[in-house]
Write a protein that binds this ligand. Sequence first.
Ligand code: ADP
Length: 484
Amino acid sequence: MIPQLDDRNLLRQAALVAGIWVEPNADAIEVCDPATGELVGRVPRLGAEETRAAIEAARVAQPGWAALTAKERSQILRRWFDLVIANKEDLGRILTAEQGKPLREAIGEIVYGASFIEWFSEEARRVYGDVIPGHQPDKRIMVLKQPVGVVAAITPWNFPNAMITRKVAPALAAGCAIVLKPASQTPFSAVALALLAEQAGVPKGVFSVVTGAARAIGSEMTANAIVRKLTFTGSTEIGAELYRQSAPTIKKLGLELGGNAPFIVFDDADLDAAVEGALIAKFRNNGQTCVCANRIYVEDGVYDAFAEKLSTAVGKLKTGNGFDEGVVLGPLIDHAALEKVEEHIRDAVLKGGKLRQGGARHSLGGTFFEPTVLADVTRDMLIAQEETFGPVAPLFRFKGEADVIEQANATEFGLASYFYAQDVAKVFRVAEALEYGMVGVNTGLISTAEAPFGGVKLSGLGREGSKYGIEEFLETKYVCIGGI
Ligand code: ADP
């Protein structure tokens, strides 16, 4: 549905290309509410030409932006943060309308997304170089940190706000200009962010939002030599394609790709805490996050008790339209997502998996699916190997530390991992042995602006957030000063 907003202007049906607002024509992208199928609004279907124009404007605008003092950039980012927070209810409503997640969770995402703007407004002033003792008596070595220049960003639909701020805020803080292509399912959150950035004082051309054809825009972003860095969040398949396309121009790359997160419950875990953590790690955003627990390993001694407690808790989760009171699970993003969930369950049940809770399409119809717990899951099942991206908790049984570490690491992905245990020595051993970019110990929620988010193996390159996040948008230049 069309959200009821305090400020109607925030649902801007346009793209922002090179400082100019471009209205949709007859061939526009129609954005629909996944809960109802109703039209939310339209944005222009742009392509290579507009992307090129945005990149060119970024090239022209970037040196002036970089020439501001860090404090000036910081203050503009701070104003942007303040505007986002002041409009968090409206931004949350726009997000729920286009993405489906419950309104409370959507507003939570706005606050989380804004925290990256706040963090990088602060980090902008702490970009330090070095002075290194010279290798000869008359020489000094100076290291400068400079913005990489023009950045291109491509973002997915599962976090229509936060995936953008995690990329745009550090880029702007570092002194880069950026051209963004948001997911076509959820462009309005991105457009609203650009509108507020403009109001905050981000100069024309420094931040463009190009909506439209993914392949055409992506091809221009990767082929264009002006773009020095590409930052992408999405599937490993598309990430690899963009990696290949970026090779001829040797771009820097930030890739946040798929995951297949293990969530391990050891015998000595606090079971209630583990159930609570599993609910968050598995069912947040209806299972549609790249850090969602995808494989839940429970040690033999507590397996039945954990399965019982989790099934009871999952049975109480309310599914529905994200605008309705008390709803904690919205619809899945589209029918393809629904079919993948069904396929994973069908395959598991065929191979001996047992449904403990849910397992079918929801009576609400559309793309709603019952929150599901599946027991007796084994490694030969599809669900063990691929990211489900839906509300299904598959329970695996294990015996001992070595067994579970072997199983947990037996994947080509390496983004998030979680485990629950009390023994301190075990906590250290397991945290060190897990081949993942991130490990949550006795917690199901690890993402925050202060910490480096990112993966290893097929889960990607680079880190977002934290002091490491701004480094990704900086080049290191060495200046040798002789004749001293
Ligand atoms: P998801 O399953 O999360 O949609 P995708 O990798 O398909 O993951 O999409 C993530 C983002 O990448 C979206 O903005 C999408 O439009 C964009 N995208 C998809 N295909 C391409 C492509 N060939 N080139 C550039 N961007 C693409």
